[in-house]
Design a protein around this ligand. Structure first.
Ligand code: ADP
Ligand code: MG
Length: 351
């Protein structure tokens, strides 16, 4: 028997490590857009505008009117693990900002060409600087700027041939980006959002800040959705089982669609929760079989220490304490809402 020599173990080049890690944080153009919007929201913006070219592979540009980035911070802005949002691990327990890893911008510079234009309060001009592989390509240049920050990513995945090819062959990410913006727009109703294709005169998402969630839903998802929604609220403050508040809108029996739309925010984070989604689908199928693909918007608030936001680099999934109990309570609230509306309708029809 020939025993093979064990292969030698060596350290990977830092640039290889960084590119691999970046490909996990930024999986596709829409993930870059999500990170940029979350940064704009964290910067207290009231207006966020997105421009996309070639499904995001040629260009993603996000402009906001937030607090901007300090000139002194520009040299380390795109290094890995640089952030203004987290200091100690324990801060994670109570973190209110959407970001905290300091990985998003760095990742973008490892898989694309990033240019930042920003201005902070009190300055007469802004600064513009481009980054590659975590570092500034040149000293920041003074430039004219309006309030806030604009971040531009060009040629995303230029150095990841396989990823670029797969993305070019599949349907482009633009519809996903529009969907993402729509979701943010109906939750953050005090912020105005727009999203357009580069060169297009018309925006595909255009929301203006409003005090009414229903108005926001109407302007983003249309009248036919908004007129078939019912408000729903549940709360529980039993410390032995679960503490949470949920409020949202769910569609009634007149809303007929091909697939479910479920917009879920937990502690203001846009997340997915397949268990909750399934629980709701089951109730609709049982109660309103003809309208079994509902439109659901829910915002769930939990004590921050009951949510672990640190499960996944994309922060798409969170894990909750007492998840089963919470889902059960939301499910039964949805069920009684649907039954009541159904009975009211049957009653009306009989009269
Ligand atoms: P994180 O959001 O996890 O802190 P990022 O890499 O996304 O990490 O961003 C790094 C830092 O850059 C942020 O902590 C923030 O201070 C700053 N930053 C990024 N985008 C913006 C923006 N649009 N406006 C103001 N500051 C920003
Ligand atoms: Mg961030």
């Amino acid at each position: 028997v020939v025993v093979k020599e064990p292969p030698m173990i060596h350290r990977l080049d830092e640039s290889v490590v960084n590119r691999i890690a970046a490909g996990e944080v930024i999986q596709r153009p829409v993930s870059a857009v999500k990170e940029l919007i979350e940064n704009s929201l964290d910067a207290d913006s009231t207006s966020i505008n997105v421009v996309v070219k070639d499904g995001g592979l040629k260009l993603i540009q996000v402009s906001d009117d937030g607090h901007g980035i300090r000139y002194e911070d520009l040299p380390i802005l795109c290094e890995r693990h640089t952030t203004s949002k987290l200091c100690k691990f324990e801060d994670l327990q109570s973190i209110k900002s959407m970001g905290f890893r300091g990985e998003a911008l760095a990742s973008m510079t490892y898989v694309g060409h990033v240019t930042v234009t920003t201005i902070t309060k009190g300055l007469l001009h802004g600064y513009r600087v481009s980054y590659r592989d975590g570092v500034m390509e040149h000293e920041p240049k003074a430039c004219a700027a309006v309030k806030g920050t604009q971040i531009m990513i060009e040629n995303l995945f230029y150095n990841m041939t396989a990823r670029r090819k797969t993305l070019q062959n599949s349907a482009d990410d633009y519809p996903k980006i529009v969907d993402l913006l729509s979701r943010f727009a109906i939750h953050h109703i005090n912020v105005s959002f727009s999203c357009r294709k580069h060169g297009a005169a018309r925006a595909d998402v255009h929301s203006v800040a409003t005090a009414s969630r229903l108005d926001a839903i109407r302007s983003v998802y249309g009248v036919s959705v908004a007129r078939n929604l019912m408000k729903i609220e549940v709360s529980d403050d039993d410390p032995s089982s679960s503490v949470f508040e949920m409020d949202g809108f769910i569609s009634n029996s007149n809303y007929i669609a091909k697939k479910i739309t479920m917009v879920l925010f937990i502690n203001d984070r846009l997340v997915e929760c397949s268990a909750l989604k399934r629980a709701i689908e089951i109730v609709y199928a049982a109660t309103l079989p003809k309208a079994s693909k509902p439109f659901i918007y829910m915002s769930v608030l939990l004590p921050p220490e009951h949510v672990d936001v640190n499960v996944h680099p994309t922060k798409r999934e969170v894990s909750l304490l007492n998840q089963e109990v919470i889902i059960e309570k939301i499910q039964s609230a949805v069920e009684s809402k649907l039954r009541n509306s159904n009975e009211a309708r049957t009653f009306q029809e009989q009269v």
